[in-house]
Design a protein around this ligand. Structure first.
Ligand code: FAD
Length: 467
């Protein structure tokens, strides 16, 4: 059968991993085709993930800030929310970025094909879209088909009052009551948005802490603030049944602190994401897919089929956009013949809640579990002039370093802009910095970044002179 399209490089999926891989491979001179089932490029992150959620969180933060301005004598009154305009703002932000990507693809002469791609062989993919089915023959391929929300079978998904994160970001209306199932990053970000817009929000989390993965001391300031905002959080609680009724979604719980059953106007299920590995007929290309739908790769992002690479959410945790872009660039460079492999030591995690929580490298919990001998430098923001000035002293910054070598191996920050501040610690780890290097670095005053410098000088509560 004759191919409709031939190319050197085919990239399947146009999320942060896929578009980065396609752009890099075109920049390196490979004739590149980018296949995406949706009309707009950008994948989950730009269309229904990182970007729209952050636009809405910005609005939530403004509402919260305005409410707190009363503390220093400014009363903006009760917010009036025009939901259509807010939705429009979110869509404008997304549109600006996705249009930008379309322009960048064109500029680089990356051919984009809209349709669902499925492998036919190790060198062919069939793309089915509005224009019919096209057979694309490629020499090399990068699979970047991402992930989708886990749909727990206990919920009546046919009812529009049961939402996944994509539905919740549509912001169709603000329910009177919302149950968020899952106290991870996505669940808590959306809980923050809906609470700020006026919903009564209840969060249930199966584990014994919200934000599993982060150290418990980082979580406390967030948990306290969420409570003050009126978000009810129930740990060690499981939804065991959910039924659609006229009055709402009736949910049954197993756990200590909630009634056995309660009714909610809407339910958001945010319990994680599942990879799309089983939906692309990878076996026809000979690419191995695990039972859970992940594709395994080596340090060069190669699958078991040497000319086929895989990147992003589809290859495993952490499912984060900045991991996907880093892998996308690497895969394209390796495919173009560069002798490279994965060398990054750490991948930072950020929850864009209020306050934000950010962590990178080894956590204190992990250090303890592994029996590592570490020192911890911790600086409370109650002693930061900037944090006091903006009325946000609940935060703190901690650095975790190897006791023998003093090399930084981890960091955790809770507080406003923690996500921006964590980058310095990531750089420190990549560069093999000793804690003294950070202590010796002059940080500008008065900034929150000073807290990183101060954490390098305050070990276990006592100020140590490192000079
Ligand atoms: P995706 O972004 O999932 O892109 C895959 C693309 O492939 C999609 O466009 C899909 O349509 C397409 N595709 C799949 N199968 C086919 C097929 N057969 N044919 C054609 N096209 C196909 N990460 C962060 O780092 N920071 C954040 O703040 C953040 N916030 C998030 C908030 C939410 C609500 C959600 C849901 C996720 C968030 N994430 C965040 C995670 C982030 O969105 C993902 O890690 C990232 O998008 C993964 O990129 P990817 O390229 O692997 O895949």
């Amino acid at each position: 059968r004759k191919a409709d399209v031939e190319c050197r490089m085919l990239v399947l999926g146009a999320g942060p991993g896929g578009y980065t891989a396609a752009f890099r491979s075109a920049d390196l001179g490979l004739d590149t085709v980018l296949v995406e089932r949706y009309a707009s490029l950008g994948g989950v992150c730009l269309n229904v993930g990182c970007i729209p959620s952050k636009a809405l969180l910005h609005a939530a933060n403004v509402i919260d800030e305005a409410a707190h301005a009363k503390d220093y004598g400014i009363d903006f009154g009760a917010p009036k929310i025009a939901l259509d305009a807010l939705r429009g703002y979110k869509e404008k932000v997304v549109g600006q970025l996705t249009k930008g990507l379309a322009g960048m693809a064109k500029q680089r002469k990356v051919r984009t094909l809209q349709g669902v791609g499925r492998f036919v062989s190790a060198n062919e993919i069939e793309v089915t879209g509005d224009a019919g089915t096209q057979l694309v023959r490629f020499e090399q391929c990068i699979i970047a088909a991402g992930s989708q929300p886990v749909k727990l079978p206990a919920f009546p998904w046919e009812d529009p009052r049961v939402m996944d994160s994509t539905d919740a970001l549509e912001l169709k209306d603000i329910p009177k009551s919302l149950l968020v199932v899952g106290g991870g990053i996505i669940g808590l970000e959306m809980a923050t948005v809906y609470r700020a817009l006026g919903a009564e929000v209840t969060v249930v989390e199966f584990m014994d802490q919200i934000m599993p993965g982060a150290d418990t001391d980082l979580i406390k300031p967030l948990a306290d603030r969420l409570k003050k905002q009126g978000i009810a959080i129930h740990l060690k609680t499981k939804v065991v049944e959910a039924k659609a009724t006229k009055a709402g979604i009736v949910c049954g719980f197993e756990g200590a602190s909630l009634p056995a059953k309660d009714t909610y106007d809407r339910v958001l299920v945010a319990v994680g994401r599942a990879p799309n590995g089983k939906k692309i007929d990878a076996e026809k290309a000979g690419v191995a897919v695990t039972d859970r739908g992940f594709i395994e790769v080596d340090r060069q992002m190669r699958t078991n089929v040497p000319h086929i690479f895989a990147i992003g959410d589809i290859i495993g945790q952490p499912m984060l956009a900045h991991k996907a872009t880093h892998e996308g660039k690497l895969a394209a460079e390796v495919a173009a013949g560069e002798k490279k492999e994965w060398v990054a030591r750490v991948i930072p995690s950020v929850a864009y809640t209020d306050p934000e929580i950010a962590w990178v490298g080894v956590t204190e919990t992990e250090a303890k579990a592994k029996g590592l001998k570490v020192g911890v430098g911790k600086f409370p923001w109650a002693a930061s002039g900037r944090a006091i000035g903006i009325g946000r002293t609940e935060g703190f910054t901690k650095l975790i370093f190897d006791e023998a070598t003093h090399r930084i191996i981890g960091a955790g920050i809770v507080g406003v802009h923690a996500g921006d501040l964590i980058a310095e610690a990531a750089l420190a780890i990549e560069m093999g910095c000793e804690v003294e290097d950070i202590g010796h670095t002059i940080h500008p005053h008065p900034t929150l970044s000073e807290s990183v410098g101060m954490a390098a000088e305050v070990f276990d509560g006592t100020i140590t002179d490192l000079y």
